[in-house]
Design a protein around this ligand. Sequence first.
Ligand code: PMP
Length: 455
Amino acid sequence: MEHNRTADELEGKDRKHLWHHMAPYSDKAAPMIVTEGKGSWITDLNGKRYLDAMSGLWCVNVGYGRKELAEAAYEQLLTMPYYPLSQSHLPAIRLAEKLSEWLEGEYVIFFSNSGSDANEAAFKMVRQYQQQIGRHSRYKFISRYRSYHGGSMGALSATGQAQRKYKYEPLSSGFLHVRPPDSYRRPAGMSVHDFNLQCAQAIEDTIVWEGEETIAGVILEPVITGGGIIVPEPAYLERVQEICRSHGVLLIVDEVICGFGRSGRKFGHHNFGLKPDIVTMAKGLTSGYLPLSATAVCKDIYEVFKEQEDYSYFRHVNTFGGNPAACALALKNLEILETEGLVERARLLGERLSEQLAELDSHPLVGDIRSFGFLTGIELVKSKETKAPVSLATVKKIMATCKERGLIIGKNGDTVAGFNNVLTLAPPLSSTDEDLDFIVTTVKQVMSENEKETD
Ligand code: PMP
């Protein structure tokens, strides 16, 4: 029996048979083999407990160990485990209706399995839409440097982090990138507001320089998450939306991380009053319990696919997309978020976290602290004047010390640009007051023990 094996044996088997995601082979540390989760806490094979302040991979919004979610999936598996969505089934209909309600607009939902899938579907929809309204030359997409939109070839092409891309060239053609509104690194002497408007203008300049008639869409996260928590001014996003509208360019908002309460509102873009043409979502949709993602398309775009000849339908299929058990589980997940008031709780916890971490501003290695809902990035620099990033060794040491003390935090940024220096916190939205105290106390303590760079 598996649980009778020693940890050493299992680690050996793990190293021999399992190819980990994004983990360097040179990493001498044994992999953490997790065995259980409850609330914000996970337990490893040795029985050590950790508060998971990254919610897995920014996804376990309702926390671990929710029996109701397992039951919802189980019941559905017994009744009707699978049918393709070229036809229909009850959990998909109910979830699509619920998501439209959450989106506060008229949207039609296309289901897939992952965030990458949802973005791929969006790119194909946008290209086909532009063709069907007679704009045959529009095929290009604009996104921002430092963004992450997924690992499949199209989504990776939209991604703006060079280190994730250059080994897999050539990627899909027609993806252009512009500077994100990373206000902390704005040119000296420029106000945050002017810089935000300048970054929005970079999108319009690209549209004009490339030829408006070649641009199909813009894709962006409301707040860049994986690239280091880059929070724009509302004016930036308002202006980008205006630019898209005035040039016939569709706006895709990637809510894979910002959605489902993380931002303190149902979706990240609700904080900015945006009305996206397409919204993509995954992660928090099922709190990570089962794979499921969605591409929500505004009614007007959907109508264009319906209106025309038979060959105008969307030629995209995804075998597992919208699996009945995953949809049933997602519905229960949304019910939990609603009945437990977790969206509002995320806002409250986020405010408290920001207030309590504010004193780290005076820490010699802290350059900037940025928050959006229950999501915080602490940017570490060697010098507050030059803003040169700290070494990766320093970031790793802080993370490792937190882990020793039972707290898992993340690191984000862009390694090639030298910016993998943002400590990240995105705990479950169901975290208790005690969980929050533990996060704050541990982070502050570990930071106070690391006031200098590690060699
Ligand atoms: N978009 C964003 C903003 C993401 O953070 C991610 C995953 N981290 C994706 C898309 C891709 O999602 P997946 O890994 O489920 O394909």
